[in-house]
Design a binder for this molecule. Structure first.
Ligand code: NAD
Length: 293
């Protein structure tokens, strides 16, 4: 058996086109241009790339993009003041603070300052609480992208056995919650899980969000399972060049899975597309207008 490849790049492209159409409708019908503000603290090269891509995609969708670059040694107080300013700004509908922040800043304090309605990353405790209780909040972008791909590929997820490997607040936990909301039987595995191979082996859906290159072995995968690989790991090869690999041993997994996301080109492109979607949703909710179909 060779798994079909879930093409996140294509999925994200279609979603971005759909978002651009919604933005156009909002401009014409409501004179509303959704706006996303991104704050980047410091000069971490990976974060700079993410922020640049977010900026480009936001503009390409016809939305306003506001970028705030702050020095590595900015105080927590100044950062919080900036967030509060953006909370009040009527042309900003989504606020994202690029993580990680420097050690001297309390990330939770900054995230909790963002107005939950503008928290397009979905990391605010109010939004986690709404996700856990079935309310209408903002859902974290990466897990939301994963669930969209899963539903698109499998249709109804009800009753399926799912494992999420990883329990971070930004991927693992919200992912498990979304699968539960789709009536899956969910196991959350983590660094202390005993016999991960067995847990993975009985799952119809495997979501790997660990950050360890190829931790999930191909021969653990149940035949026909759907595998979503969130991991992005840069590894060095024998010739000194580097390449990106996921948390799943792709070459072997592809021989057993029914479907699998590649790295790169799977979950990654979906994250930014969902961020734009969340910004459109936030703008509509803040302005009290119906989101275009
Ligand atoms: P994290 O470091 O916050 O969490 C990793 C989790 O993996 C922890 O809960 C830990 O318990 C678990 N873990 C560690 N070692 C393990 C082991 N040996 N067995 C089982 N579980 C183990 O990481 P994160 O922020 O959740 O990110 C996970 C991965 O996803 C990273 O590679 C990251 O780069 C990637 N990521 C990708 C996107 C995207 O857009 N595609 C977005 C966010 C994160």
């Amino acid at each position: 058996m060779t798994a079909s490849i879930i093409d996140g790049k294509m999925f994200a492209k279609n979603l971005k086109e759909e978002i651009a159409r919604k933005v156009e409708t909002l401009k014409i019908n409501h004179n509303l241009t959704p706006g996303l503000a991104v704050i980047l603290v410091g000069t971490d090269p990976a974060s700079q790339v993410y922020v640049r891509n977010k900026n480009k995609s936001t503009n390409a969708a016809g939305m306003n993009s506001f970028e705030y670059l702050m020095d590595d040694n900015v105080s927590e107080e100044d950062l919080i003041t900036k967030v509060k300013e953006l909370n009040k700004d009527p042309i900003v509908h989504g606020i994202l603070v690029q993580l990680p922040l420097p050690k001297h800043i309390n990330e939770a304090a900054v995230i909790e300052t963002i107005t939950p309605e503008k928290d397009v990353d979905g990391f605010h405790v109010i939004n986690s609480g709404l996700l856990a209780t079935g309310g209408k909040g903002m859902v974290p972008c990466t897990p939301q992208g994963c669930i969209m791909m899963l539903k698109n590929h499998l249709g109804n997820l009800s009753g399926l056995d799912a494992v999420v490997v990883g329990r971070s607040n930004i991927v693992g936990k919200p992912m498990a919650q979304l699968l539960l909301n789709e009536s899956c039987t969910v196991t959350i595995a983590h660094s202390r899980t005993k016999n991960l191979a067995e847990v993975v082996g009985r799952s119809d859906i495997v979501v790997a969000a660990v950050g360890v290159p190829e931790l999930v072995k191909g021969d653990w995968i149940k035949k026909g399972a759907t595998v979503i690989d969130v991991g992005i790991n840069r590894i060095e090869m024998e010739d000194g060049k580097t390449r990106l690999v996921g948390d799943v041993e792709f070459k072997a997994a592809v021989q057993r899975a029914g479907a699998i996301t590649p790295v790169p080109g799977g979950v990654g492109p979906m994250t930014i597309a969902v961020l734009l979607q969340n910004t459109v949703t936030a703008a509509c909710r803040l302005l009290g207008v119906n989101e275009p179909e």
